[in-house]
Design a protein around this ligand. Structure first.
Ligand SMILES: [Zn+2]
Length: 239
């Protein structure tokens, strides 16, 4: 029997816009996108801390004194003193459970938010969340033309997949459901932030219809982190 690919299965399901919980089954893979619940926290934490430990974020460990980040490779080859503060080096996990818990709680406290997880055969494979964007918090984006337009923006805060579930289209599935939820709730745009070095993520977002945000006078830069870029996608309602 011919094994169906995930992509084929995805097109066959064809009901992204209407389902809140989504099943895609085939002979040996059951992929499900569903709402997050508190029991998912440990799995989300594992994926969260593993994903951001990789390039380009390198948020694996941090200096206990100044908080500067150390990547996986760097952590194994470190010297006795910190690369930034020069203090005696005591590394701790970059993302603590409390950090991730607070990040999720921040989203939960917003009046419109959607927190989704992806499961493959019952095992958590990825997550994403987005919420109503507080335009004032992103003042530096106000030069972009979409900020001057009427309408609400959904901010895609996090998306990550487990390192062993890459290149299976999980992030695309998560975002497709998230974007359709936002569209159904009347949002005009979705905006997300990534790093210009994160080519594979950028390519996923471009395929989903996101484009780099530009200011009237050209480049739009995050005042704090120069390599961060912002991407936007209009959420047009069909029928
Ligand atoms: Zn330090």
């Amino acid at each position: 029997m011919k094994k169906k690919s995930i992509a084929e299965t995805r097109t066959l399901s064809g009901c992204w816009g209407k389902t809140k919980i989504l099943f895609i089954s085939e002979s040996n893979l059951d992929i499900r996108i569903r709402n997050y619940n508190a029991k998912d926290f440990e799995d989300v934490y594992e994926i969260y801390s593993k994903s951001f430990a990789e390039e380009p974020w390198n948020e694996y460990m941090k200096c206990g004194l100044c908080g500067v980040n150390y990547g996986i490779y760097e952590s194994r080859t470190v010297k006795q003193s910190c690369k930034k503060c020069n203090g005696p080096l005591r590394l701790e996990r970059y993302w603590s459970r409390k950090d991730v818990y607070d990040d999720i709680e921040y989203a939960i406290a917003i009046d419109w938010r959607k927190i989704l997880v992806a499961e493959i055969n019952g095992k958590l494979a990825g997550f994403t969340w987005g919420y109503r964007m507080d335009k004032e918090k992103f003042n530096f984006l106000s030069e972009s033309e979409i900020f001057s337009k009427e309408g609400e923006i959904m901010y895609v805060d996090e998306v990550a997949t487990s390192p062993d579930c890459r290149n299976m289209g999980i992030a695309t599935m998560l975002e497709t459901v998230l974007l359709s939820e936002a569209r159904n709730s009347g949002f005009s745009y979705a905006v997300l932030r990534t790093d210009e070095k994160n080519k594979s993520a950028i390519s996923v977002y471009e395929k989903l219809g996101f484009r780099k945000m530009k200011a009237n006078n050209g480049e739009l830069k995050d005042p704090e982190f120069n390599s961060r870029i912002y991407m936007a996608k209009p959420l047009v309602r069909y029928g």
